[in-house]
Design a protein around this ligand. Structure first.
Ligand SMILES: Cc1cc2nc3c(=O)[nH]c(=O)nc-3n(C[C@H](O)[C@H](O)[C@H](O)COP(=O)(O)OP(=O)(O)OC[C@H]3O[C@@H](n4cnc5c(N)ncnc54)[C@H](O)[C@@H]3O)c2cc1C
Length: 497
């Protein structure tokens, strides 16, 4: 049975690996000339930049896809653990390193915040582990057909309630720690889910577990090595990868079921099933114009976006700079209020600065630095005029680099705003898709099937389980399970699930 996957981002590559491992005949079509999706590579003036994700967590999920396609993480994608995972800088000039390993982090907290919080950290890790163990198999790595599926395993649901998963993240973290800096350090991850810690459910502390406890990794060569390894594995296992091929519409049979797709070139590719990884609103608009998208896709609440400034700069950063540096602004609650409630730029922004050339010097000419500066900003529903706002934003980011000990003589640069994310097909100009409010999570998130179109399966950040590298890798696997259920029969795959 032939399956076509649209999109060689991480979700599409994961789907392709899992599908080919299950014995399907797989074709993957990608409009760009390389794999990577949001995480494409930009090479300029001797500098190399990764344009999308930089914080790589849960490498075993990449490993699952690689194993499904007959190779392994160890063989195909060597990675280095980053310790510290982050250097957090606060407005009072202090800093806390997020160290790898419970003992190292306990000691760091003891040194910076005192013994009471250090002791709490050990129990906090235990709580995070329990949360992760109940959420991963039952609520993340799971296909849902209806909200009732939440109760498919009542014991798991009850356990999540007992662990406080349905309380709000902000207050839960405040219960664990006294030092306000730790509140920020262990709850800012809510923003990855498009929410403020005060609105995010405590179950999103699993993101904190994934980065602060399980660790942040660096794939040798750069983030781009992840899609490259998955693409190579899928191809070696027999998938046909076609780059420079833009899909213009899905072809349906008389029943309305998937029969294939048409490329912009006019070529048609037959398919028994299609896995589509476009942002959901764009998928409906461009590939299925005859159908209206589900309500939550059309009018749900979309996450804030981000401005990313890629800078090739002369010189090296100040001593003590880490690969990933989070600079917290002073007014924490005000920042979230501005960004999410009022939909305006944060008055005193928190920013992420990654300096991958510290870990991988080949990304910059000798003695220079490749910098990635990210500031969360409202998505396009805020009506900010980014044509006008670009230059002032660049100036502010430049001043911020200067003030914080980063090299600031710009040799080459690229500023990406919500306008560019929109041009790439991301609804409301956000690369982070639907926010993970309760009613846009799990069985309430747009599902990966549209019952009106048998044989069509979605993957990627707009569907289950959600946003971010670990989640979209899982979404690819969930999509492969859906295809298997739709196209039953012996596929003789090596993926044993
Ligand atoms: C700036 C930024 C920073 C991020 N930071 C992190 C981070 O640190 N850690 C983390 O875990 N996550 C992070 N994320 C989120 C993470 O990168 C995404 O959730 C994930 O990469 C999305 O993968 P995807 O496969 O769903 O989508 P995509 O990567 O967008 O893949 C979709 C693919 O479909 C292709 N396509 C679209 N239309 C067509 C068409 N008509 N025909 C053919 N092909 C088509 C596109 O070219 C693309 O390759 C970040 C994202 C961004 C943008």
């Amino acid at each position: 049975m032939s399956v076509v996957v649209i999109g060689a981002g991480l979700s599409g590559l994961s789907a392709a690996c899992h599908l080919v491992g299950r014995g399907h005949e797989v074709t993957l079509v990608e409009r760009h000339d390389a794999a990577g999706g949001r995480g494409l590579r930009l090479r300029r003036d001797g500098f190399t930049f990764d344009t999308g994700p930089t914080v790589m967590t849960m490498p075993d999920l990449v490993g699952d896809a690689l194993t499904a396609a007959g190779t392994s993480l160890h063989d195909a994608l060597p990675m280095r653990l980053l310790d510290p995972a982050y250097r957090a800088r606060f407005d009072d000039g202090s800093q806390i390193l997020v160290r790898h390993g419970v003992e190292a982090m306990r000691q760091e907290i003891a040194d910076t915040c005192g013994s009471v919080d250090a002791a709490s950290f050990v129990d906090f890790v235990d709580w995070l582990r329990k949360l992760y163990r109940v959420e991963m198999p039952h609520f993340i790595d799971a296909n849902f057909d209806s909200p009732l599926d939440l109760m498919a395993n009542p014991r798991a649901a009850a356990r999540l309630v007992r662990l406080g998963g349905f309380r709000r993240l902000g207050p839960v973290i405040r219960d664990w720690f006294r030092d306000e800096r730790l509140h920020r350090l262990f709850s800012f991850q809510a923003l990855y889910a498009g929410l403020s810690p005060e609105n995010a459910l405590a179950l999103y502390a699993v993101i904190t577990y994934m980065d602060s406890i399980e660790g942040v990794w660096w794939p040798e060569g750069g983030m781009d090595a992840v899609p490259a390894a998955l693409a190579t594995a899928a191809s070696k296992a027999g998938a046909d990868l076609r780059y420079g091929a833009t899909v213009s519409r899905l072809v349906l049979d008389r029943r309305g079921a998937v029969a294939g797709l048409e490329l912009e070139s006019g070529e048609r590719i037959r398919a028994d099933a299609v896995v589509c990884t476009l942002d959901l609103p764009t998928a409906y608009e461009q590939l299925l114009p005859q159908l209206s998208a589900p309500r939550v896709v059309r009018s749900g609440s979309y996450s804030p976006s981000a401005v990313v400034w890629h800078v090739g700069a002369r010189g090296l950063p100040a001593e003590g700079t880490a690969h990933h540096n989070i600079h917290f602004g002073s007014d924490w609650d005000g920042a979230f209020r501005a960004l999410i409630d009022d939909r305006r730029l944060m008055p005193d922004p928190s920013r992420l600065v990654s300096v991958p050339s510290l870990t991988e010097p080949g990304l910059a000419p000798p003695g220079d630095s490749a910098l990635y500066v990210l500031e969360p900003v409202p998505n396009l529903s805020a009506g900010i005029d980014w044509e006008r706002e670009r230059e002032p934003m660049r100036e502010r980011l430049h001043g911020f680099l200067t003030a914080n000990g980063y090299p600031d003589e710009v040799l080459t640069e690229e500023l990406v705003t919500p306008l560019e994310w929109q041009q790439l097909g991301m609804h409301q100009g956000t690369p982070f898709s639907l926010a993970h409010t309760f009613l846009q999570t799990g069985p309430f998130r747009p599902g990966n099937l549209d019952r009106r179109v048998p044989g069509l399966v979605f993957a990627g950040s707009g569907t289950v389980p959600g946003v971010g590298v670990p989640m979209v890798l899982v979404s690819g696997k969930l999509a492969a399970e859906r295809v298997d259920a739709y196209l039953p029969g012996p596929h003789h795959g090596r993926d044993t699930r």
